[in-house]
Design a protein around this ligand. Structure first.
Ligand code: FMN
Length: 320
């Protein structure tokens, strides 16, 4: 997720078993082949077997509209070691859409097909090409056609965010629409949108019929959501709610990782950004966010997350 889930976040979120794969923030492709440093910035894991430190594969995501430029950049990514190329047809940002990228291609399934086919022709013999779509731009009438276009173009997996571009992030996510798409395709379809809890996970699976789901904001709000799902699937047992200390510990670890490359002022705003995601679903995170949102000094912020630093410990959740 652009501006939110970088390599450090992927590292932290995959330290407990839960995720099967992760995806980079999108690499924006316009009209040129990008230099290696751009790919390495988005995906430092290219130098590390393209997995997170705990071994979870990382797909490299491209966002663009010109098939030839997408293909040239997919080749460049492949040369740098990418193991999966994911194409973004879901981004709703006005700037991106105005420049004809992300969800704007969903207005014309032929363009989705052309983009996927060009990338598939360029790298599809070497690595899987996958795609992510929404249900459409301003309506859902082309949802099945766009999904089929991605499949026919060579996508080997399709993630569907169950909203149109115009619906932004407004609930509800229309999980039953993902089921329609799944029944229309042969490739695996992955359900995405508004999965914040174990209950949401099960509803999304039931309504979509998908075996796999993709977590976005829910994994930031509760970094133990994926392990929670994994544990429940394996044992039928529900883990206890994520305690504040565990949330604080992940934020402290995040700060330590980010501080190795970024100035404290940037790290401070990144911590507040993640805490802002956590507060959507956790009363203590909401209380701490209110108390700390105007703090601009990193050490003070970290002290405010844990009254006692020793209190911040990474805990394994217990069965409820
Ligand atoms: C801040 C932000 C950045 C995002 N960046 C990306 C991105 O780079 N690539 C992508 O495929 N989706 C991106 N998304 C969309 C999410 O992957 C996901 O499809 C969407 O948030 C719905 O799922 P959720 O309800 O689980 O968050 C982004 C979403 C947000 C809120």
């Amino acid at each position: 997720m652009e501006g939110v889930i970088d390599a450090h976040t992927r590292d932290l979120l995959t330290r407990h078993p839960g995720f099967d794969w992760t995806v980079t923030e999108f690499v924006r492709v316009v009209d040129a082949r990008l230099p290696p440093r751009v790919f390495l910035r988005h995906c430092p894991e290219l130098g590390q077997d393209v997995t997170t430190p705990s071994g979870v594969p990382v797909a490299l995501q491209l966002l663009g509209s010109d098939p030839a430029t997408l293909a040239a950049n997919a080749e460049q990514a492949l040369r740098l070691g990418a193991r999966e190329i994911d194409l973004n047809f879901g981004c709703p940002a006005k700037l991106v859409n105005r420049h004809d990228g992300g969800a704007s291609l969903l207005r014309d399934p032929c363009r989705v097909h052309a983009a996927v086919a060009a990338v598939y022709d360029a790298v599809g013999n070497e690595v899987p090409v996958t795609a992510k779509i929404r249900l459409g731009f301003s309506h859902r009438r082309l949802a099945l056609d766009c999904a089929k276009a991605a499949e026919d173009g060579g996508a080997s997996r399709l993630v569907v965010h169950a909203r149109t571009r115009d619906e932004g992030y407004r609930p509800p996510a229309h999980w039953e629409w993902i089921g329609r798409i799944r029944r229309h395709l042969r490739i695996p379809v992955v359900a995405n949108g508004d999965i914040w809890s174990l209950e949401d996970y099960w509803k999304a699976r039931t309504l979509s019929g998908c075996r796999d789901v993709m977590l976005g904001r829910g994994a930031l709000a509760d970094p133990w959501l994926a392990p929670r799902i994994r544990h429940w699937l394996a044992t039928g047992e529900q883990l206890s709610a994520t305690p504040w200390q565990a949330r604080a510990a992940i934020l402290a670890d995040f700060a330590a990782l980010q501080r190795t490359t970024l100035p404290d002022r940037v790290v401070t705003s990144l911590i507040k950004q993640w805490l802002n995601h956590m507060r959507q679903r956790d009363a203590e995170a909401a209380r701490r966010f209110q108390a700390l949102k105007r703090i601009n000094e990193l050490e003070t912020l970290l002290d405010g997350l844990c009254s006692e630093r020793s209190e911040c410990k990474r805990s394994c959740l217990e069965p409820a």
